[in-house]
Design a protein around this ligand. Sequence first.
Ligand code: PLP
Length: 399
Amino acid sequence: MLNAKKIKQDFPILKRKTQGRQLCYLDSAATSQKPRHVLKAMDDYYEKHNSNVHRGVHTLSEEATELYEGARKKVAGFINAGMKEMVFTKNATEAINLVSHTLDVKKGGEILSSVMEHHSNIVPWQLCGAKVRYAGMDENGNLDMGDYEKMISEKTRLVAVTHVSNVLGTINDVRRIAKLAHDVGALCLVDGAQSVPHMPVDVKKLGVDFLAFSGHKMLGPTGIGCLYGKKEVLDSMMPFMGGGDMIREVTLAKTTYNEVPHKFEAGTPDIAGAVGLGAAVDYLSSIGMGSVQKHEEILAKRAVEELSRQGVEIYGPKKRAGVVAFNVHGLHAHDVASMLDEHGIAVRSGHHCAQPLMERLGISSSARASFCVYNDERDVLKLASSLRDIIDKVGGRLQ
Ligand SMILES: Cc1ncc(COP(=O)(O)O)c(C=O)c1O
């Protein structure tokens, strides 16, 4: 089992207090905290190797290039992708937009998204000019697989689906969805923003064409994200942005493009960010993603039990990743989150960038506790007892 007490000590921020209380950070689905290893790797980069990549023949530039490409190798290996299949982006959102901007959606072509998606896997498709359809969800928070079977047709160009819901914690069968897409010649893009940080993900086993994720949700820094794409699919796509590094040759008449993944990385990239993400991958790998997943699922299960005892409404299926969205009867989610903050507990509240999902659930907002490697059972118990205090305190006012 994972030693969360020891792991906690690797995260300097978890030593601080908020509102005079020991910080209990339960908002990792929004962004995770960073271990000392990641901070040190980035400091080291700036202190000893800072230079631009792919451009110079001097020592520092070669070192920076080695670190940057070394980080790509680590991140690619983490999801069982090849080096040429791993494009660095700013975040998961940019990774999805890269595909939505460059995908050749023929006239009459359709994109199939779902009601469970984060806005970043809905809005780019609405912007790309294709007709967007949405698979539904059942009462338990599971995607309606019947919809996928019915709605995927020869008109479908791409199926865009989240691996794990950032609200419900639902773990979707993306392997099956990719197969349905491929059966009609469509591509499958998976939003891995909430899966890659929390469970073993193997793109070859899943058989997906694209996987988008963000470094900052997986113990890495903000400003760096990733797009995995099958090599032959990336090769067939036009560049996303034009500029330095993405070219092979430029004349005043025309430009030829660099090979993938560089074709999609115009301009100076976030080198320190990539180095930090590489260190985050090392850190997660040393724990083991199987253990990470088990640990967080146990915490989520425990949280559901404890919160149910306090009479709060919980959304999502029984089997879930480490995400628990809930509402306290009679209280707005923002008030719940503010009151928890007074107890030193950080949870997210609002629509979680998933307004269509909120509408499907018949609510406008919820509070959300989300777990990571550094959380333990005490965090769950603290959340439950603080909610008890809040409900007792305001209970009278709500009558
Ligand atoms: C499921 C899901 N997809 C995409 C995103 C977007 O991530 P980012 O803002 O890092 O691009 C998030 C962020 O919360 C998410 O939870």
